[in-house]
Design a protein around this ligand. Structure first.
Ligand SMILES: *Cc1c(COP(=O)(O)O)cnc(C)c1O
Length: 392
């Protein structure tokens, strides 16, 4: 038989993810892995106990398609409590297999082939693949580090990205991999343009509880005129340190939610029956949980930012998420991919090159990303090892 690649053409540009390559490298070299963004400790004990209880008490069969009522109610309460957003748990909220499935189902449910999706690059790696699977076209708007150490975009570039085929704008704030939190002014411009052009917004807010900036988190759906055109997506993975659970949700007007659900029911149908009641418990935890979580991450951020600066990197202090990006230029590096491939050998640490999250790779060539959602002693070890870069 002829040796042809059976993979469909639209998926061929997507190789195995950089995380797989870098994590394998970490294992092979015994390096400290600050590449992939997963915490190395478990989430709140109340949540874990609720999951164990659900497993033992027979909550192991298909849950309802939109998710169990207790979780949908908890998602609604949580959004009212933190963001003063009102969603009807019956019809305006659906539980998904992580934020990833919600994003995929939103794009597949809203985009005809040839429709355009605006997203800010660097972007989370699943966006490009979901857009491609839908036969849609991505229109990236580039985020660049400015002299003030903040990532920003050119407002005219954003304006120019809107056109007659634009169907939706995908906004991730707080933003992975840059750690950027979109400012109120930036959100206002996004909101204005979406309304002017009749475009839907799909927001990826999985880091909603990891904002270090004084402004706190501002969901796009809270801006005037935006609730009715926004699908708001979040997930338990980051907020409750359970990235392997893949319990996410989408909230929005019933028409948008039902478009998403139509697709979702044929992707996974349902997921994580015994984990759903546990996430409902976690969402209802008192404010202490959320403030302690943020305070712990803030400390780790200082620790890693300080260590990276001392090691000689040009560090962009993140305003949100648990990632830091660093410029390798002061250390004589020019290409992040090369730099990250040699980093484990040079000093026993793994990071990921940011350029793989860009269409315009030049914009991210000297930038690499480190995760600080690790135990303080792991960060101490990483920082000590990175200290060898200057001398080595
Ligand atoms: C981790 C992450 C996701 C995926 O969330 P899951 O709930 O694990 O599917 C989506 N978007 C961003 C920006 C992320 O960092």
């Amino acid at each position: 038989m002829a040796r042809v690649d059976p993979l469909v053409a639209r998926m061929r540009p997507f190789g195995t993810t950089i995380f797989a390559e870098m994590s394998a490298l970490a294992v092979r070299t015994g390096a400290v892995n600050l590449g992939q963004g997963f915490p190395d400790s478990d989430g709140p004990p109340e949540m874990l106990a609720a999951a164990a209880e659900a497993l033992r008490t027979g909550q192991n069969q298909y849950p309802p398609g939109p998710g169990i009522p207790a979780l949908r109610a908890a998602v609604a309460d949580h959004q009212r409590r933190f963001w003063r957003l009102e969603y009807d748990p019956d019809g305006e909220i659906v539980v998904t297999a992580g934020a990833t499935e919600a994003i995929a189902a939103a794009i597949l449910g809203l985009c005809e082939p040839g429709d355009e999706v605006i997203c800010f690059e660097p972007y989370y790696d699943s966006y490009a693949a979901s857009i491609a699977l839908a036969g849609a076209v991505r229109r990236p708007v580039t985020l660049r580090p400015g002299a003030d150490g903040r990532y920003a975009f050119d407002p005219d570039a954003l304006r120019a990205a809107f056109g007659p085929r634009t169907k939706l704008l995908l906004l991730n704030s707080p933003h992975n991999p840059t750690g950027k939190v979109f400012t109120p002014d930036e959100l206002r411009l996004v909101a204005e343009l979406c309304q002017e052009h009749g475009v839907y917004a799909v927001t990826d807010e999985v880091y909603e509880h990891l904002v270090f900036a004084d402004t706190g988190h501002v969901p796009l759906a809270t801006l005037p005129g935006m609730r009715e055109r926004t699908l708001r997506i979040s997930s338990a993975g980051k907020t409750f340190s359970c990235t392997g659970w893949k319990v996410g949700w989408a909230s929005g007007p019933a028409t948008l939610v039902s478009a998403l659900l139509r697709v979702k029911q044929f992707l996974t149908f349902v997921n994580a029956a015994p984990l759903q009641p546990a996430v409902a418990v976690a969402l209802a935890l008192p404010d202490d949980y959320y403030t302690d979580f943020l305070a712990g991450m803030r400390q780790r951020r200082e620790q890693l930012v300080g260590g990276l600066s001392a090691a000689g990197f040009d560090v962009l202090t993140p305003e949100g998420t648990y990632f830091v990006t660093a410029d390798i230029t002061p250390l004589g590096g020019t290409d992040g991919v090369e730099f990250c491939r040699s980093l484990p050998e040079r000093c026993g640490v793994v990071a990921v090159p940011t350029q793989v999250f860009y269409d315009h790779t030049d914009a991210g060539r000297p930038l690499i990303r480190f995760a600080f959602c690790k135990r303080p002693e792991v960060l101490t070890e990483a920082v000590t090892r990175l200290g060898a870069l200057r001398t080595g």
